[in-house]
Design a protein around this ligand. Structure first.
Ligand code: T3D
Length: 258
C-alpha cells in the first residue's frame, strides 16, 4: 500500500493514514486502501480491536482538495459513494471496537471518520474542524448524523455552519470525544488502550455495538426487545462463562473473544 501503514500486534490492527506532507488528506487510493484494511481487520479472527491514527502532525485534513480540481480525478459522486460512505459503513459494521487515536488536526471527512469510531481519544494538541462550510460543501461522512447526537443540535449546527476549529479539550468537554491525552503520553496511551480493548470479550462488545447502532433508529420497545435477544446471545458465549467464573474465584478473567 502507498498511503496507509497497516500492522497487527497484540490483537490490535493499526491503520495509520500516511500522507503526512498533506496532513493525511484523502485521495482515491488512500480511501480504497483504507477500505481494504478495514475489510482485513473485520475478517481476521486474531484481530480483536482496530486503531485508526495518522502519521505526522495531522490525523486527516479530509478530502485532498488538489484531487478534486484535477480533471482526471474522481467525480463528486464517486468521492462519497465509493470513498467515504463505504469507510463509514465498514467502521460501524465492524464487529469489534474501533478506536480513533486523533494525533493532530482532524478536518472535514477526516473529522467525521474519527467521530464515527466507537471511542475517540485525542492528543491534547489535536483539533477538530467541520471545514466543509468554508468551501461551500455540506458535512459528509456521516457528520450530520453523528455530530448532533454527540454534542446536541445547537452545537452541531454552529460547528458545521461556522467551520470553527475547536481544541481537543473543548471537544471532550462537549462530549464529542471520549478523552484527551497529554501529548507526551499519547502514543503509549492509545496503544495500551487498544490492547486493553482487544483483551475484552470481543463478541459481547460486538453485540453492544449492534445494540448501539440499532438504538439510533429504534423505538424504546424495539430497543428493549433487542437487548433481550442480544443478552441471551451474550450469555451463550465462552467469555461470559469465563467472566462469571473469574469473578466468583477472585481471579483475573482471560477472555478469548468467543
Ligand atoms: O468532492 C468533495 O470534496 C467531497 C468530499 C468532501 C469531504 C471533505 O473532507 S471536504 C473538506 C476538505 N478539507 C478541508 O477543506 C480542509 C483544508 N485544510 C485546512 O483547512 C487546513 O489545512 C487545516 C485546518 C486542516 C490545518 O491547518 P494548518 O495551518 O495546520 O496546516 P496547513 O498549512 O493549512 O496545511 C499543511 C499542508 O497540508 C499544506 O501543504 P503545503 O503548503 O505545506 O505544501 C496544505 O496545503 C496541505 N493540506 C491541508 N489540507 C489539505 C491539504 N492538501 C490537500 N487537501 C487538503 N484538504
Amino acid at each position: 500500500m502507498q498511503y496507509i501503514l497497516f500492522s497487527i500486534e497484540d490483537a490490535v490492527a493499526r491503520i495509520t493514514l500516511n500522507r503526512p506532507d498533506k496532513l493525511n488528506a484523502f485521495n482515491r487510493e488512500m480511501a480504497l486502501e483504507m477500505q481494504g484494511c478495514l475489510d482485513e481487520s473485520a475478517s481476521l479472527k486474531e484481530v480483536r480491536a482496530v486503531l485508526i491514527t495518522g502519521a505526522g502532525k495531522g490525523f486527516s485534513a479530509g478530502q485532498d482538495l488538489a484531487e478534486i480540481t484535477d480533471p482526471k480525478g474522481p467525480t463528486m459522486a464517486q468521492i462519497l459513494s465509493e470513498h467515504y460512505n463505504p469507510i463509514i459503513r465498514k467502521i460501524r459494521a465492524m464487529a469489534k471496537p474501533v478506536i480513533a487515536g486523533v494525533n493532530g488536526v482532524a478536518a472535514g471527512a477526516g473529522a467525521n471518520i474519527a467521530l464515527c469510531c466507537d471511542i475517540v481519544l485525542a492528543r491534547h494538541s489535536a483539533s477538530f474542524v467541520q471545514a466543509f462550510s468554508k468551501i461551500g460543501l455540506i458535512p459528509d461522512s456521516g457528520g450530520t448524523f453523528f455530530l448532533p447526537r454527540l454534542v446536541g443540535w445547537q452545537k452541531a449546527s454552529a460547528l458545521m455552519m461556522t467551520g470553527d476549529k475547536i481544541s481537543a479539550t473543548e471537544a471532550e468537554q462537549m462530549g464529542m470525544i471520549y478523552q484527551v491525552i497529554p501529548d507526551e503520553s499519547f502514543e503509549d496511551k492509545i496503544r495500551q488502550f487498544s490492547i486493553q480493548m482487544a483483551a475484552m470479550p470481543t463478541h459481547g462488545l460486538a453485540l453492544t455495538k449492534h445494540a448501539l447502532n440499532y438504538s439510533l433508529s429504534a423505538s424504546f420497545e424495539q430497543q428493549l426487545d433487542l437487548e433481550d435477544k442480544l443478552q441471551q446471545q451474550a450469555a451463550l458465549t465462552a467469555d461470559y462463562r469465563e467472566g462469571v467464573d473469574a469473578f466468583i474465584h477472585k481471579r483475573k478473567p482471560e477472555f478469548r473473544g468467543e
